[in-house]
Ligand binder design. Structure first.
Ligand SMILES: [Zn+2]
Ligand SMILES: [Zn+2]
Ligand SMILES: [Zn+2]
Ligand SMILES: [Zn+2]
Length: 260
């Protein structure tokens, strides 16, 4: 997969930067924008600025604002929603050698995920794994702190990478990957090449903006009906088992965030 370094936009001001440029930008931008006056004279809340990226797929990244009283389970829930959840697999954080699991197993001395972020050491990388079969590995780090009006949400998206450019062997943009051969360059395809793919169209999955793309059955929260239509127009023989785009989760809200 030929990839350029990914940039993304700051959700506070729209400025575009790469992953580490965004860390420096947000330090200033949060100081300017986030410190609003809380309504009713309430005291502002303390937030951590956390950078998350794919441990082995570093062009997928997020900058998050996380309440200091949020728990690991809140962060886990956010990561599942934006990047990971396919079939309710187990997940775990590893922080300074200790494991905090979604299903703690006493035999292994695992902790649960009720640790507060305020107890996670700043500046030190920690890790998250989702699914212990086809694992997606993430790396996280608290890079700063700021005060802002208390929000309902424990986790706020501050910035996210734009989708990496992945090209098909024919040169066009790839929009499909094959479960059987995602580990090969030729397993990433445009709709025209995907329609003729040797493993068959049943093996195809839409490429999504996540380090879990191509793994297990992960197809994200986006609406893929356009590329399904495109695949059919090239003669791709598809059952009508395209992901339902009418499930009434907050799919639209996600779509908008993606376009920021
Ligand atoms: Zn900004
Ligand atoms: Zn799965
Ligand atoms: Zn192609
Ligand atoms: Zn294949």
């Amino acid at each position: 997969m030929a990839r350029k370094q990914t940039a993304g936009a700051c959700t506070l001001c729209g400025a575009k930067f790469g992953k580490s440029g965004m860390t420096r930008h947000l330090e200033k931008c949060l100081a300017q924008h986030a410190v609003g006056k809380p309504a009713g004279g309430a005291r502002p809340a303390r937030f951590f600025h956390i950078v998350v990226d794919g441990r082995y797929a570093a062009d997928y990244w997020l900058h998050l604002g996380v309440r200091s009283n949020a728990k690991l389970e809140d962060l886990d829930g956010f990561l599942r929603h934006i990047w990971l959840e396919c079939c309710g697999h187990m997940s775990a954080f590893t922080i300074e050698g200790a494991t905090y699991s979604s299903y703690p197993d006493d035999e292994f001395g695992d902790e649960g995920m009720d640790l507060k972020l305020a107890n996670v050491p700043p500046g030190v990388p920690f890790f998250h794994e989702y699914d212990f079969g086809t694992t997606t590995h993430l790396r996280l780090r608290i890079v700063g702190e700021y005060d802002a009006p208390a929000s309902k949400e424990h986790v706020t998206l501050l910035a996210r990478n734009n989708p990496p450019e992945i090209s098909c062997t024919c040169g066009k943009q790839a929009v499909w990957t094959c479960c059987e051969c995602a580990y090969e360059r030729s397993g990433w395809m445009c709709s025209e090449c995907a329609a003729k793919h040797e493993c068959g169209t049943d093996m195809l999955m839409p490429i999504v903006n996540s380090p879990r793309t191509g793994q297990c059955g992960y197809t994200g929260n986006e609406d893929h009906s356009k590329i399904y239509e495109e695949l059919r127009s090239f003669g791709g023989d598809l059952d009508d088992d395209a992901p339902e785009d009418d499930d009434d989760l907050e799919d639209d809200a996600d779509g908008e965030e993606d376009g920021v």
